[in-house]
Design a protein around this ligand. Structure first.
Ligand code: NI
Length: 189
């Protein structure tokens, strides 16, 4: 399978990158207990993220681990934007009301409040939750292809689910560190 990388200003590990489907991976149905449990546990993590982000003031959202690193606001905004691009643009879930959320973390976009960030996490979560029960083994394994900015990329729905988990946990760790070093409550796993 072909593997290509995004190029240009939108290139980021948060953009649909494009992993070839690994052959020989066992199929997982949407009703599979493992997938169900991962989804339920992921939801708990999301609830913890919302709990710590929603009450933050604008000043607190601007805190960061170092001057050259992303602020708490930037990290949370990026998590929402990446979910939007994967779920709405790449997997084509949700209506046109999700168009804007994909661009939240692009340059020169408005600074989101804690309430808005929590709403963005909830709205993108709803996209995934509404789709999961409709995906059987075939849908999870199906390769989705997207041509964006002249690059054709492909990934399975199953891979997208995994990538959003790793993306949330990766940036959730950055968020936790940034919160904790400034004496703010962080997700308590
Ligand atoms: Ni990222």
């Amino acid at each position: 399978m072909r593997r290509t990388a995004l190029r240009g200003p939108l290139a980021s590990h948060a953009d649909p990158p494009h992993r070839a489907h690994e052959e020989g991976v066992a199929a997982v149905a949407a009703s599979d207990p493992t997938l169900s449990e991962f989804s339920a546990e992921w939801k708990k993590y999301q609830d913890q993220l919302i709990q710590v982000i929603e009450p933050l003031t604008s000043e607190q959202l601007e805190l960061r681990a170092a001057p050259n690193l992303r602020s708490i606001r930037d990290i949370a905004t990026h998590m929402v934007g990446a979910r939007g691009r994967w779920l709405h643009r790449f997997l084509q879930l949700g209506d046109a009301s999700y168009d804007e959320i994909m661009t939240w973390d692009r340059p020169n976009m408005p600074a989101r409040t804690g309430t808005e960030l929590a709403s963005g996490l909830r709205r993108t979560w709803e996209l995934l939750q509404s789709a999961l029960p409709t995906w059987g083994e075939a849908e999870l394994a199906q390769m989705i292809e997207e041509t964006y900015h002249g690059e054709t990329e492909s990934a399975s729905r199953r891979w997208v689910i995994w990538h959003l988990i790793e993306h949330d946990l990766h940036h959730g760790g950055e968020l936790s560190f940034s919160l904790g070093m400034h004496g703010l409550p962080a997700p308590d796993l």
